[in-house]
Write a protein that binds this ligand. Structure first.
Ligand SMILES: [Zn+2]
Ligand SMILES: [Zn+2]
Length: 316
């Protein structure tokens, strides 16, 4: 059965009428075991903390989250919000894989499925982070969703480095091993636990936490009419999320390379991009003004229950 209220969708990777509501959340043993090992290593790391290990954790987290996850995976591979040489993209995507959430095709598929579902008039609680926090944590870190009628998502066509990305995707978790060995040789057990387990555990938990709040509460400037799930800005988290917390802006302008659009919205990922653009390493940076107009995009005042909605009937 095709969902009769299927929304027009501007992501060419996603096709086919589908149902974002009906399906079940299933335990994913491999993912769950990986998360448990990382959590176990992180807790053990608390006993073996050294200044060097903590410094390694901070530096490696910043590099993998900012350059890898935000700039490589999210703003470049998934949203194509700027262009760069193939080798630079491959390096950034490799760093993004080290975050521990999956390889390039897994990340693209997970992102596209959630984004598509959130923009439909209704969707499963899994996509909306609608359940209590502990249950949502279990769902997002240890499980996957199986929709009865999923859309087709083509994560592979047109990517810059298909063979490398396929290999990276197939061996995403294995990528931690050479770094674990290197850190162990240099700094012993504390470096291994903090440079790999603590970094991955904190990155996964932080990513889930930001996703949870960014779809439930916070400030906003924009409202997407007809979408089941709205994005919100998670205030005070600009620096530690490298700009990814300005999620209301991202729902409004998914193709924008700049996430912090308003005064006071720190966006370190954007600062790095501007720095790289000055050196000619990245080009064709897209901003909200470069994106096609979206009729469903409205000021936040048009959200249901607001003055605008009450007076014009729009956005209800
Ligand atoms: Zn979102
Ligand atoms: Zn996105």
């Amino acid at each position: 059965m095709t969902n009769p209220s299927f929304q027009p969708y501007d992501n060419p990777r996603v096709t086919g009428g589908a149902d974002p509501c009906r399906g079940r959340v299933r335990w994913s043993p491999g993912q769950s075991l990986f998360v448990c090992i990382m959590y176990g290593g992180a807790i053990t790391g608390l006993v073996f903390a050294t200044p060097g290990a903590v410094a390694l954790f901070l530096a490696s987290s910043a590099i993998t989250l900012c350059l890898g996850h935000s700039l490589g995976m999210h703003r470049r591979l998934i949203h194509k919000s700027y262009t760069c040489p193939k080798r630079l993209e491959a390096m950034l995507v490799y760093l993004g894989t080290l975050v521990g959430m999956g390889g390039p095709y897994t990340m693209t598929h997970t992102h596209d499925l959630r984004d598509w579902a959130q923009r439909q008039p209704a969707c499963h609680d899994f996509f909306a982070h609608r359940q209590p926090m502990l249950k949502d944590w279990w769902w997002q870190l240890h499980c996957r969703i199986e929709l009865d009628e999923p859309p087709q998502i083509d994560s592979k066509t047109g990517v810059a480095n298909p063979h490398f990305y396929q290999w990276l995707n197939d061996y995403a978790r294995v990528q931690q091993i050479p770094w674990a060995m290197l850190f162990f040789v240099i700094g012993g057990l504390p470096w291994l636990l903090w440079g790999v387990c603590m970094r991955v555990a904190v990155s996964l938990t932080g990513h889930w936490l930001v996703g949870y709040f960014a779809h439930n509460q916070g400030g906003r400037h924009f409202y997407i009419a007809g979408a089941a799930v709205q994005g919100f800005d998670v205030r005070g988290c600009g620096l530690i999320t490298f700009g990814e917390c300005w999620h209301n802006n991202h729902h409004a302008y998914p193709g924008s390379a700049k996430l912090g659009l308003f005064p006071g919205q720190a966006d370190p990922g954007w600062w790095v991009l501007v720095w790289a653009a000055r050196r000619g390493w990245v080009k064709d940076i897209r901003l909200p003004k470069d994106l096609p107009p979206r009729p469903e995009l409205m000021p936040a005042a048009c959200a249901p229950g607001s003055y605008c909605a009450a007076s014009t009937g729009r956005g209800v």
